[in-house]
Structures are given as structure tokens and as C-alpha cells.
Design a protein around this ligand. Structure first.
Ligand code: HOZ
Length: 426
């Protein structure tokens, strides 16, 4: 029994909506009370009751080096001594911007913000200003943060909680968003043609992570690139999750497609709040004060977040890191798939790089509709048994799990052993 976590959750429920500061953390779709976390180190987190978990949430992606990675702690300690916020420019911001531009060649200039939501919101404003158009085209089940107009058929907590498009968003805003199924080029082409020269930007998660992990079908991203170019719409890759995760240069490196604008977050802040949007110098030069498109922030380019980001990217740049991430994750998903198959349990284990999701369905998952064929009750049970055995997966069928460089083969084997019990319990 997690007495302290239970008591803390009861207190939280009185003062915080749903007891959490981000909906999926409440465990509503998987059941049970969420453990309150006291500390983390390497691949593990410890809760307030002293229980240890092998963690596959990794703060929803940023902790690619694991919890409390030494280079990040050192960088943060050093920066705390110098100051935590100045509201003025620092050398480290320039260094991080240069690192991002070197890693992601489609980005010639980049602006740092405080979250992925902010990055996407700002990129869309910029796309609208640049093209002089108003509409946005997105894909069902992709989640681009909680800005008005992007919650249409959104993934993540919206699909986890089965919410309709959020109240509070004026219909005039949602009417500017067109959403079509992921990986469905025919419908995409039809939607683009029906809104010819009206779409400011097509925004996509190049690897979807917010309906669970879903890879782009062969040629999907390339076709988006070609057709947006022909139409005059900008192509925005939301790489908040995939940036520096599926490859150092993100999904655009992996699939060799250059978007006009890219949104980043998570890993570039090494576990501290950050976001970024960037693209060609021509487009980015429209951002104030170079251009007229306004966007600002008191804590933008925060020295702590930037220090943690630089330390993380430096560690990731070392040879062999992505191969290691890939090998560990491959071993894990192969073990999970084999354990399910041996028990006759229909699952699809989707993986791209070190992102993966175990879907409880017999149909291949390639879009939101197929993701929704999953048996979410079975996922909930699977999740709860794993948690009892000290393994923390994403508390929703419609989210990705993340492997870090701190996960060892021992962790993988322990996870597969626990998964066998979890499958047996179904
Ligand atoms: N929507 C986030 C993941 N896709 C979850 C954020 C959180 O709960 O921390």
C-alpha cells in the first residue's frame, strides 16, 4: 500500500484540479492512485513510500540520459551559482541555438520558449503571417499542445480521457483547423485540394507519440513535403517528442524530409521547462524584433533550462548513443511481443528508435482509428500489474513509453519478467 502517495493525492485533489498539473498523470484511464515521486536516479524513480520503479515515462521524453544524469547535475549546479534568471541574453543561449542549427539543418534560426505548446502556438502564428493564410491542417490523434485550435481531434490526454474537442475554444477558432487521419494520403490530398491556397501550415508529428507510438507510413512525410510546397502551405514538424530522440537530428534526419518550421521541446531542456521553434532564416526573420510577428517571454532562454539542454545534447552527441538506445529498446519490445505471443494475447508493439507502445489490439496500429481498436481495459490491467512489480509504463494506452541511456539489460530483463506476469494476469 502506498500510504503517503494516497494521502498526498487526497490533499492534491482538494487544491489542484483532478489532483494533477497535467491530466494523464491522474491515472484516470488505467485506474489506481498515482504514486507521488520523491526522487529519480538513472533508470529508476522512488516514490514517497520508498518504492522503486524502472521508469519508462522519463518525464514524457526529456530524460534521454536517465534521471539525475551527472553532466546535467554538474551544469545545473554551476549555473545556480551564477544565477537562475536574468531576463537578458546569455552566451549559453547562443551556444544552444548553434547546437540546434548544426544538428537540424532545416533550422537556420531558432527562438527559445518555455514549452512545446508555446513553440507550436508561435510557429503557427508565424506560418499564418508568412503565408497570409488562416487555416491549419493537422492529423487526427496528433497532439500539438493545448493551444486553442489545436485541440481538434487531438491525442494525448484528450483521447485518453475521451474528451470531445475542448469547451472554451471558440468555434471560430476550431473552424480554421482541418484534421484528417494520420498516414492517409488520399484524404490529405483531398483536404488540401478542397482548401486550395487557404492552408497556412500542415502540422504533423513526424512520428506520432500522442496516440501511442505510430510510425509514418513509407512515403507519407515525403508526400506532405511535396504537396505543401506545391500549394504554398508551410510544413511544420512537431518534433517536441522526436527531436534529439529518434536521431540526433530528429525524425527529419531519420526520414530525410526537410520541413519549413520545426518545433522542439523536452530533450533540448534536459528535464527543465523549454520549447523552441525554428526554420529557414527567411521565415524566422519575420519574428519580432527582426520582423513584425510578436512573441516574447520573461523566462524564455532560461539559463537553467539552457544549461541542462546543452549538457544533454553534448552527451547525446557522443558516438554510439543512438545505436545503444535503439538496441536496448529493440531487445525490450522483442521480449514484450514474444511474451504476449506465447500467451496468445493479441498486441501490437510499435517502436521507432527509443519510443514504443504496447497496443492491446490484433490490428496493426497506423492511425487514431486503429489505435482506438485497443482494449484499454486490458492496457489498464497490464499497467497496474507492472506498476505493482516496480515498472512504470505510460499511464495511458495513447501515449509513448521512452527508453533512456540509463536503462540496462538487467532493467530490460526485469521488465520482460514483470510483463509476463502482467500478461498472465489478463
Ligand atoms: N501530454 C503529455 C504527454 N504527451 C503529458 C504531460 C504530463 O502529464 O506531464
Amino acid at each position: 500500500m502506498r500510504h503517503r502517495s494516497k494521502a498526498l493525492f487526497a490533499r492534491a485533489l482538494k487544491r489542484i484540479p483532478g489532483g494533477v498539473n497535467s491530466p494523464v498523470r491522474a491515472f484516470r484511464s488505467v485506474g489506481g492512485d498515482p504514486p507521488f515521486i520523491k526522487s529519480g536516479r538513472g533508470s529508476r524513480m522512488i516514490d514517497e513510500d520508498g518504492r522503486s520503479y524502472i521508469d519508462y515515462i522519463g518525464s514524457w521524453g526529456p530524460l534521454v540520459l536517465g534521471h539525475g544524469a551527472a553532466p546535467v547535475r554538474t551544469a545545473l549546479r554551476r549555473q545556480i551559482e551564477r544565477g537562475t534568471s536574468f531576463g537578458a541574453s546569455t552566451e549559453a543561449e547562443v551556444i544552444l541555438a548553434e547546437m540546434i542549427c548544426r544538428a537540424v539543418p532545416s533550422i537556420q534560426k531558432v527562438r527559445l520558449v518555455n514549452s512545446g505548446t508555446e513553440a507550436v502556438m508561435s510557429a503557427i502564428r508565424l506560418a499564418r503571417a508568412f503565408t497570409g493564410r488562416n487555416k491549419i491542417l493537422k492529423f487526427d490523434g496528433c497532439y500539438h499542445g493545448h493551444a486553442d485550435g489545436l485541440l481538434v481531434k487531438a491525442g494525448s490526454g484528450v483521447v485518453t480521457l475521451g474528451l470531445p474537442d475542448s469547451p472554451g475554444v471558440p468555434p471560430q477558432y476550431s473552424s480554421l483547423t482541418v484534421s484528417v487521419p494520420y498516414n492517409d494520403l488520399e484524404t490529405f490530398e483531398y483536404a488540401l485540394a478542397s482548401n486550395r491556397a487557404e492552408i497556412a501550415a500542415v502540422i504533423v508529428e513526424p512520428v506520432a507519440g500522442n496516440m501511442g507510438t505510430v510510425a509514418p507510413a513509407r512515403g507519407f512525410l515525403q508526400r506532405l513535403r511535396k504537396l505543401t510546397r506545391e500549394d504554398g502551405a508551410l510544413l511544420i514538424f512537431d518534433e517536441v517528442m522526436t527531436g534529439f530522440r529518434v536521431a540526433y537530428g530528429g525524425a527529419q534526419q531519420l526520414y530525410a524530409v526537410r520541413p519549413d518550421l520545426t518545433c522542439l521541446g523536452k530533450i533540448i531542456g534536459g528535464g527543465l521547462p523549454v520549447g523552441a521553434y525554428g526554420g529557414t532564416a527567411e521565415i524566422m526573420s519575420r519574428v519580432a524584433p527582426e520582423g513584425p510577428v510578436y512573441q516574447a517571454g520573461t523566462l524564455s532562454g532560461n539559463p537553467l533550462a539552457v544549461a541542462a539542454g546543452i549538457a544533454t545534447l553534448e552527451a547525446l552527441r557522443k558516438p554510439g548513443t543512438y545505436r545503444r538506445l535503439e538496441q536496448t529498446t529493440e531487445k525490450l519490445v522483442e521480449g514484450l511481443a514474444a511474451a504476449a505471443a506465447a500467451r496468445g494475447i493479441p498486441v501490437q508493439v510499435n517502436r521507432v528508435g527509443s519510443m514504443f507502445t504496447v497496443f492491446f489490439t490484433s490490428s496493426p496500429v497506423r492511425d487514431l482509428a486503429s489505435a482506438k481498436t485497443s482494449d484499454t481495459a486490458s492496457y489498464g490491467k497490464f499497467f497496474r500489474v507492472l506498476l505493482e512489480r516496480g515498472i512504470c509504463f505510460a499511464p495511458s494506452q495513447f501515449e509513448a513509453c521512452f527508453v533512456s541511456l540509463a536503462h540496462s539489460l538487467k532493467d530490460v530483463n526485469e521488465t520482460i519478467r514483470a510483463a509476463k506476469s502482467a500478461f498472465d494476469a489478463l
